[in-house]
Structures are given as C-alpha cells and as structure tokens.
Design a protein around this ligand. Structure first.
Ligand code: PBG
Ligand code: ZN
Length: 322
C-alpha cells in the first residue's frame, strides 16, 4: 500500500510538499477611474468594487500601496463618448490624467493601462464601426495613439484588450518610434467572447449598443485557436500574454504554458468575482477558502500573473497566515 496520507498529517508537512502557492506579488488589481469630482460609486453587480474620481482615489491607492501586490490595471470611464472614441486617445483624457496623478504620487507603483475603445465609443464596441461591421485595420492607429498617450502620461505597461488583429504590432511600432522601446506590452491574447464580462460592462459603461463581440473575441469552444492567438502575439512583440477569463479556461492556460516559455497572465474577470461575492454574501460559501482555491488553481494551471478584483482581500489574507 502507498501511504499518501503520511505527508498530509500536519500543516508543516503539507506546506513542505506543496507544489503551488499564490503570492501577493502575483496579483494585479483592476481599478475604475471616472471623470468628475467627489465620486465614489459602488457597482451593484460587483460588491466591494467602486468607481473613483481622481480626487477620491487615494483611499484605494493607499491600500494597494500597503498590500504588497504588484500593481494596478486602469480603466477609464469618460463623460463624453462618440463614434470614434476620441477620449480614449486624448492626452488629457480621464485615464491619462489618472496615470499622471498616480505616478506622481506613487512613483514606485506599477501602473498598467488597459487599451481599448469600448468605454469611450457611443456604440460600445472595441473598434470603429461601419454599419454593423467592426473595422479592424482602421482601428489600429487609434489603439496605438491611446497606448502612446498613456505611456507618455507615465504608464509602465500597456495591455490591449480590443481583440483587433495586429494590435500588438501596431502598438509596439508606435512605442518604439517614440522612444519607448523599453515599455512592455501585455496582450489580451486569448480573449473569449464570454458572458462572464457582464458586471464589468456595468462598471465601465461599455456594453455594446448593438450586436455582440463575437466577430472579434474568440469562440469559447476553441483551444487550438487560443494557442495560435498567443503564438501570434508573442511573434508581434507581446512581453506577457493573457488568457481571459480564467476559471472556465484553465485548459487553455495549461496548453499555452506547456508550449511557450513566456509569462502568462490570467484575468479572473468580473463575472467570476461576482459569483463568488454573491454566494459569500449569502453565507453559502467560505469566501476566503474559495478565493484561495480559485487563485491557486490558476497558478497550478500555469499562470504566473493573476489580474483579480480579489487582489486586496487576498493580499490581506496572505499577510494573516505569515
Ligand atoms: C474591454 C474589456 C473588457 C474586460 C476587460 N477589458 C470587457 C469586454 O471585452 O467586454 C472584461 C473584464 C472583466 O469582465 O472583468 N475591452
Ligand atoms: Zn473593448
């Protein structure tokens, strides 16, 4: 008989042979910054997450700063939206202003700018629209412009989430041409057309006004295509590649991590967060244990970096066990 239970008999032995662990250094916290003043708005579908105006954001930044997590991923919520998403690449747009403010006050904080048009377009799509078509090539220069303005404002990294073909290449070229050769790109490489994004779309006000995102985001049924997307983003210059969402796509994470020796990020998205929160608020699950189990599973599948709305809670729990 093999006695597997020998190594399970105490906390010390279990932690001695543990294969995977989550550290606060693995975590990135997404934040929503909204135009205006004196705003701290709760998001109904995401308990515990808020939209902050810049003058109110310190409360949250202090927590990030003290938590030991690695950084934040910033989303802007503008006042003005139009057909072409002008505010996305306005050097004085909400996200550019927020980056400038944060980097001035917390120079050591890693600030990643999400690059996409959907929060800024009146139709809510991630690219330019002609009729009912979402245009690919015409969108690329606008994404590149958004990335450049964010980096000029001080962003340490950019993360294109638009799922236009050629986005990473277009952004890499513009950054290189403007003297930002050393600014890394995290590609949302294998991003699926998922129902798990709906709370985020409340939070960021980015719900498509017509149709859906299936002509640019991936079919949830495909794993080989996800591998090709990742491979392509690496060839085009992505420094970090991402699989999104996380939990329902851990097989994709596993496949990709076995094939490519690149840092892999997962995005533990809004719907995944909200399901856990809702059950926890009802007292149906133990939030801390569920979150720890979920994040551990993401690491076990091969992710190095986890973008998660649970980041601050998890960092706090990790400190308690130390
Ligand atoms: C915008 C974007 C989305 C998310 C990150 N960037 C939404 C979408 O594609 O509809 C989803 C994040 C989440 O659900 O937490 N392109
Ligand atoms: Zn988008």
């Amino acid at each position: 008989m093999n006695r597997f239970r020998r190594l399970r008999s105490s906390d010390t032995l279990r932690s001695l042979v543990r294969e995977t662990s989550v550290s606060s250094k693995d975590l990135i916290y997404p934040m929503f910054v909204i135009e205006g003043e004196n705003i701290k708005q709760s998001i109904d579908s995401m308990p515990g997450i808020y939209r902050y105006s810049i003058d109110m954001i310190d409360e949250e930044l202090k927590k990030v700063d003290e938590s030991g997590i690695s950084g934040i991923l910033l989303f802007g919520v503008p006042k003005h939206k139009d057909e072409v998403g002008s505010e996305a690449y306005n050097p004085n747009g909400i996200v550019q202003k927020a980056i400038r403010y944060i980097k001035e006050k917390y120079p050591q904080m890693l600030v990643i700018a999400d690059i996409c048009l959907c929060e800024y377009t009146s139709h809510g799509h991630c690219g330019l629209v002609k009729g009912t078509e979402i245009l690919n090539d015409e969108t690329l220069p606008l994404l590149a412009k958004m990335a450049l303005t964010c980096v000029q404002a001080g962003a340490d990294m950019v993360a294109p989430s638009d799922m236009m073909d050629g986005d990473v290449e277009a952004i890499r070229n513009v950054l290189d041409e403007n003297g930002y050769k050393n600014t890394p790109i995290m590609g949302y490489s294998a991003k699926y057309a998922s129902a798990y994004y709906s709370p985020f779309r409340d939070a960021a006000g980015s719900c498509p006004g017509f149709g859906d995102r299936k002509s640019y985001q991936m079919d949830p049924a495909n794993v080989k295509e996800g591998v090709r997307e990742i491979e392509n983003d690496i060839e085009m210059g992505a420094d970090i590649v991402m699989v999104k969402p996380a939990l329902a796509y851990l097989d994709v994470v596993r496949a990709v991590s076995e094939m490519f020796d690149y840092p892999i990020a997962v995005y533990n998205v809004s719907g995944e967060y909200s399901m856990v929160k809702a059950a926890a608020l009802n007292g149906w699950i133990d939030e801390r244990r569920i979150v720890t189990e979920n994040l551990t599973a993401m690491k076990r599948a091969g992710a190095k970096i986890i973008i998660t709305y649970h980041a601050l809670d998890m960092a706090k729990w990790l400190k308690e066990v130390e």
